[in-house]
Design a protein. Structure first.
Length: 523
């Protein structure tokens, strides 16, 4: 699927999106009506969802309009394209009918049930499923006439004197007078009755009895032997709608870590209707009953995935030596750092976090492979910043531009310096991100900068940001405080110690005094 998705983008210049087997987008796709995805984005989507169907956004962005015939019995007027002054266009055989591909013309928008003949138009604001996608029923989309000869002009004459009509056909006006189960509506009304009975929890046997009675009261009477077919169809539809959603929810839950909100799940899976959200709530409660998730906190829509898998700790063969490294202000003389440790540097704005991190790189780059992930500085600004350091001509580290999803790029056996973990809302996520980074580490470490408010010790994420770090530093007002140190180098507890400093020329940390704990006057 990835191969075809990339080809549709690069060769045919289509805007491509990933779809679930039920044709729902796996992403928020509205953005890609205005811009085409990059090949990197497409590869990322299909790496995460390798079985996703390929969707093509129609309209101006892809220069594509599609006539969608939702039946195998093609209307007579479509059999002779010559009457619209065009040759046979590219054709896709769909599970229920055909798609005819044309070049987009201004004004062609999504239109459904054109002239009541199961003809839809996919234009601006729409999308279609492209070959060789396979839907939830295991049926494949296939090219009958390929794209190799290009797209003919859209037959605007085809739209002349055609208007979309109700699926109820000529008798829709009768519904305003309360007339149902009459000629032109019997089939549709019986199906909807069966669907709502099944959806309401009635057994198929009882639903068949009721639908059979309704069939006999139709005007004219509906064939009794077809009543069961309506119920079977309703059951199948209910199963198709529930099973994929249940599968989608469970797959999403299994791929997440830590705490999540139901609203996150709604946004990711494009769950929008009230009924769908109720269904998701039921599915989540079932997962809780299976011991897969549990309620987190007091909020009804807040859940936590239960982590049952454990990595064995090979303590017998583990090294006991700490990692030889250095920190500014001689912090390394007070603490020990071991493989897979997390170090947090929480600082007020303009407190010197970046200068601290660059000095950490300067002090350790000769002995360790260091990767610096920056969310603010571009190449020129970083180059100018590094030139401030006196006596350093050869910087030995790799710089990367990165502002989020750091878990994906962590180098497990190297030093990872993140400047900085930028979270502007939902600060409770900080703990989950730090946990995810910790789980990726093996022999390496991660030094992570966080923003913090003035006068506070902890950065964004509060107490949740302190759970995984073995060393937690707080910077502000020319002072650096050791908030948490789990592994001491000597016998004195460094927790709570503070050291004043001055920062010269944007890089040079100069200590003022010694490490000491603030004096508290006895009351």
């Amino acid at each position: 699927m990835l191969k075809f998705a990339v080809e549709y983008l690069n060769r045919w210049k289509f805007s491509v999106i990933p779809l679930l087997p039920n044709k729902k987008p796996l992403i928020k796709w509205e953005e890609y009506q205005r811009r085409k995805p990059t090949e990197k984005e497409i590869r990322g989507w299909w790496t995460k969802y390798p079985e996703a169907m390929v969707g093509i956004i129609t309209g101006k962005i892809s220069n594509l309009a599609v006539i969608d015939i939702d039946t195998k019995d093609i209307p007579d007027e479509l059999l002779g394209w010559w009457q619209y002054d065009i040759v046979l266009p590219p054709v896709v055989e769909t599970p229920r009918g055909s798609h005819y591909y044309f070049a987009y013309e201004e004004g062609v928008t999504n239109t459904v049930n054109l002239s009541g003949k199961k003809i839809d138009i996919r234009g601006e604001g729409g999308y279609v499923v492209a070959p060789p996608s396979v839907n939830e029923e295991g049926k494949r989309y296939k090219w009958v006439v390929s794209l190799k000869d290009g797209l003919p002009k859209f037959p605007m004459k085809f739209l002349a004197n055609r208007e979309p009509v109700s699926p109820y056909g000529k008798n829709e006006e009768n519904s305003e007078n309360g007339e149902t189960f009459i000629e032109g509506r019997r089939d549709n009304d019986l199906f909807h009755a069966a669907h709502h009975l099944i959806k309401g929890g009635m057994s198929p046997k009882d639903a068949t009895t009721i639908v059979t009675r309704l069939a006999s009261t139709c005007d004219p009477p509906f064939p009794i032997n077809e009543a069961k077919t309506k119920v079977d169809s309703a059951v199948n539809r209910a199963v198709r709608k529930e099973r994929p959603l249940a599968n989608e929810v469970e797959e999403w839950v299994m791929s997440t870590t830590g705490v999540f909100l139901s609203t996150e799940l709604y946004n990711c899976l494009q769950v929008s209707t009230r009924d769908e959200r109720k269904n998701v709530s039921v599915i989540l409660r079932r997962l809780a009953g299976k011991g897969i998730i549990e309620k987190a906190g007091r909020r009804n829509a807040c859940w936590r995935k239960i982590e049952l898998e454990c990595e064995p700790i090979d303590w017998q063969n583990a090294p006991t030596d700490d990692i030889p490294l250095k920190f500014p202000l001689d912090i390394h003389e007070l603490v020990r750092i071991y493989p897979s440790n997390i170090i947090i540097v929480a600082g007020e704005s303009n407190a010197g976090k970046t200068a601290f991190l660059l000095n950490f790189i300067r002090l350790n780059m000769a002995d360790h492979n260091i990767h610096y992930f920056n969310s603010e500085m571009g190449a020129s600004e970083l180059k100018i910043r590094l030139r401030l350091f006196e006596g350093i001509k050869d910087w030995r580290f790799t710089a990367w531009e990165r502002s989020d999803n750091f878990i994906d790029v962590i180098r497990p056996n190297d030093f990872n310096v993140i400047d900085f973990l930028d979270v502007t809302d939902e600060f409770w996520k900080v703990g989950g991100v730090i946990k995810g980074i910790h789980e990726k580490l093996k022999k390496g470490i991660a030094v992570i900068a966080l923003q913090k408010n003035f006068g506070r010790d902890l950065g964004r994420g509060g107490a949740l940001s302190t759970e995984k770090p073995r060393l937690y530093l707080s910077m502000g007002s020319g002072k650096l405080k050791i908030v948490k140190a789990k592994n001491w180098r000597g016998t004195d507890n460094p927790n709570g110690m503070v050291r004043e400093f001055k920062l010269y020329s944007g890089w040079d940390f100069s200590a003022v005094g010694y490490w000491e704990k603030p004096y508290k006057e006895e009351k």
